[in-house]
Design a protein around this ligand. Structure first.
Ligand SMILES: *[C@@H]1O[C@H](CO)[C@@H](O)[C@H](O)[C@H]1NC(C)=O
Ligand SMILES: *[C@@H]1O[C@H](CO)[C@@H](O)[C@H](O)[C@H]1NC(C)=O
Ligand SMILES: *[C@@H]1O[C@H](CO)[C@@H](O)[C@H](O)[C@H]1NC(C)=O
Length: 699
């Protein structure tokens, strides 16, 4: 009886405490995940991996407002592990400080979306900044200093107008400063020291900066005049010490200052005269009079200069007007990400594209106020044809090259259209995709699509060579990959074909994942593929994968539910996202592992859908060895196989929010390849095969 009463009391307390829990259950569960990802570190006192009440129980570093978690400050606690991959659901968090710990690898794509203070400094982060930062419009303080972040900054700063402090110092960042820095209208403190940045610092010229440290980089060119009056630290760069470039900011030569450093004597007097900041504060004397005379002359010269400039601007072409707009008409970040955006190779009608890089904005010196107000807000004459960086082919050209689209040259057929092999006169072989005309309502739509595709450049994305839009025909011309598609490799096997060995399979998965990472996280806006399947992964002679049909999402109408690649939420709602791409990618990995088709009606019913059959067994080593492609003949490292299966399991989860971003898949595959290389010797000796239960990596 007493026992029962005790149990009742305990239950009651339990119920009461859970009723009284102050914390929003979603926030609490996300902190549970974070705790687990941080290896359940004991320094995180009160934290739990399951349930609990972070706000009510005063978990270390957690601050709340009402029931929502608004702040996470777990700085300097000696934490290791990672940040997990669901922080983007912590929508009320405004402060996130995980600085001065030992977290490694990649900064996750998912970060609290409404964060104002984000401090990731002093960890071991390596890979680049996640593109998701571009969308954090509330961000005021961003600190990633003292990591080992490499590569160019591919984040777009166009929307980060609240950002006032940015600290990138002590990393290994390279490349030029992104043009989108120009949009940082609130930026007062910028720390870029001790990186390997190159190019000029012109994009910073017109920001409301107070403190700027750019020491120990490889910046070159001239220091913009506007920055000479702020607290500027610039030692250890390659700046030009000669006289400043002749024209004022906004003029054509400010953009390319290296061109002719010393043209025009008037510019020399401009810098050496009394205009230079902090110059002559001397009292009145004979020298001062001479100074005043010189000043008058100099001011006169400046006035004359601007009057002339104004005249010449009035008579300038539309192109120049477009060029002198404060903000570029195209998202300059896209230019960053897709480097080789160029003008059309076929026409000279779209010269506006040449000047994709906008000139610096000049808030301080608005000599030209009147001109600004009369400037058009949009490009005055927008040509109908979007910029296309691809060759134009005529229907006649392609008819000849494909033997009038004869059946012998037909190499594929999908929902979008047929693909033909084309032999050009110069001996080149190309693949021509004829888009079903029912999928396109207007020629303009097609040209827009071509324009989009022509901007995609990645070693694992099939390169668009040209296009044709004539007589109601719309065709895309691509590079040709002799080895056909992964689909053919896996599923159209005959006695002559060589099966893919395990390492090839991992490499193909990695290359394809990198292509997808480029589309999702480098391109801006993100490109959703929508049609990932093994038939769209083309292999070259070295079996390097090339993802095809990128940028064709808009012509895909109905999800092909029977294909086996479609994520469950797409089947239900028709809504494609980057996470539905990740699902389809997981299915491709499953194909690589099992050698089976995603949907195979020739198999017994429970095995027809590959995901449904395989997903429940992915964590079971014994089941895995039965699932693996028999064509491998048992030749695979067991550990590699099981890690590969773990990645698949994450990708094909039914809930899209639990699937990792593709960049994490890339990282996981990179680690898998690295480990495979490290343990190659051991693995030769003992670790091969389904019989080999020995772990190739444990010493
Ligand atoms: C986090 O805590 C540390 C030390 O407790 C402090 O120095 C730092 O300013 C805090 N960060 C934020 C964003 O409040
Ligand atoms: C970083 O954390 C360590 C303890 O882990 C502490 O001793 C050190 O002072 C911290 N440094 C900074 C800059 O916060
Ligand atoms: C960024 O974080 C580092 C390490 O915690 C710190 O030393 C530095 O002062 C911070 N930068 C700014 C601008 O607050």
């Amino acid at each position: 009886m007493r026992k029962v009463a005790e149990v009742m009391v305990a239950l009651l307390i339990g119920i009461l405490s859970s009723i009284n829990a102050e914390t929003d259950p979603t926030d609490a569960s996300l902190l549970n995940i974070l705790y687990t990802s941080l290896n359940s570190a004991p320094q995180l006192t009160k934290w739990s991996s399951n349930g609990g009440d972070p706000c009510g129980e005063l978990w270390t570093g957690i601050t709340c407002s009402g029931s929502r978690v608004t702040g996470i400050n777990i700085s300097g606690l000696g934490l290791s592990g990672n940040m997990g991959y669901q922080l983007d659901r912590l929508t009320a968090v405004t402060t996130f400080d995980i600085s001065n710990n030992s977290l490694g690898n990649q900064i996750p794509f998912q970060l609290p979306p409404n964060v104002q203070r984000l401090n990731l400094a002093g960890n071991g982060f390596i890979a680049g900044l996640p593109y998701s930062i571009s969308q954090m419009t509330s961000l005021k303080y961003l600190n990633v200093s003292h990591n080992q972040i490499q590569g160019e900054v591919t984040v777009s700063f166009n929307s980060l107008t609240a950002l006032s402090t940015l600290d990138f110092s002590f990393n290994s960042m390279t490349g030029n400063l992104p043009q989108s820095f120009q949009s940082l209208a609130s930026m007062t403190n910028t720390y870029l020291q001790n990186n390997q940045f190159t190019g000029t610092i012109d994009v910073l010229a017109n920001l409301p900066l107070e403190n700027l440290n750019i020491e120990n980089n490889q910046f070159s060119g001239w220091i913009p005049e506007q920055l000479k009056s702020i607290n500027l630290q610039l030692n250890g760069n390659l700046f030009n010490s000669g006289p400043a470039p002749p024209a004022p900011p906004g003029g054509p030569s400010a953009r390319q200052p290296q061109r002719n450093p010393q043209s025009g004597g008037s510019s020399a007097s401009l810098t050496s005269g009394s205009i230079g900041s902090g110059g002559s504060k001397s009292g009145i004397g004979p020298g001062a009079i001479a100074g005043i005379v010189i000043s008058v002359l100099v001011i006169g010269a400046i006035a004359a200069f601007f009057i002339i400039k104004r005249r010449s601007r009035k008579s300038s072409t539309d192109v120049e007007k477009l060029d002198s707009l404060p903000f570029a008409p195209l998202d300059s970040q896209e230019v960053q990400g897709v480097k080789s955006v160029q003008t059309s190779s076929t026409t000279s009608e779209t010269p506006a594209v040449i000047n994709l890089i906008p000139p610096p904005i000049d808030h301080h010196k608005s000599f030209d106020d009147t001109d600004v107000s009369t400037m058009p807000v949009l490009p005055p004459k927008k040509t109908n044809t979007p910029p296309i960086n691809a060759k134009f082919f005529s229907v006649a050209d392609l008819q000849i090259a494909t033997d009038s689209f004869c059946v012998e040259n037909l190499i594929g057929e999908g929902s979008i259209g047929r693909v033909y092999r084309a032999h050009l006169d110069d001996g080149k072989v190309l693949a021509v995709k004829k888009i079903n005309s029912s999928l396109l309502s207007k020629t303009e739509d097609f040209l827009n699509i071509v324009s989009e595709i022509s901007r995609l450049h990645h070693p694992n994305v099939t390169e668009l060579v040209g296009y044709c839009s004539e007589h109601g025909q719309n065709l895309l011309v691509y590079e040709f990959h002799k080895n056909g598609s992964l689909h053919e490799y896996l599923h159209e096997v005959d006695e002559n074909s060589k099966p893919l060995i395990w390492n090839n399979r991992v490499q193909i998965a990695l290359g394809a994942a990198k292509a997808l990472e480029y589309l999702h996280e480098v391109c801006s806006p993100s490109v959703i593929h929508k049609n990932l399947k093994s038939a769209n992964i083309l292999l070259n002679m070295e079996l390097n994968p090339h993802l095809s049909d990128c940028g064709l999402a808009s012509v895909i109408q109905e999800p092909d539910q029977a294909s086996g690649y479609i994520a469950p939420e797409v089947a239900m709602s028709g809504q494609y996202t980057i996470k539905s791409d990740v699902y389809s990618f997981g299915v491709i990995m499953l194909e690589l592992l099992s050698g089976r088709k995603p949907f195979d009606s020739s198999r017994p019913r429970p095995e027809q859908s590959l995901v449904r059959w395989a997903a429940p067994q992915l964590h079971d080593i014994d089941a895995l060895s039965n699932m693996v492609d028999p064509a491998l003949n048992g030749l695979y490292p067991v550990k590699s196989l099981s890690r590969f299966a773990d990645i698949i399991a994450l990708c094909v989860q039914p809930e899209p929010e639990f699937r990792p971003p593709i960049s994490e898949v890339v990282q996981a595959l990179v680690r898998l390849v690295q480990r495979a290389n490290m343990s190659k010797r051991t693995f030769r000796n003992e670790g091969v095969g389904r019989g080999g239960s020995s772990d190739a990596e444990t010493p």
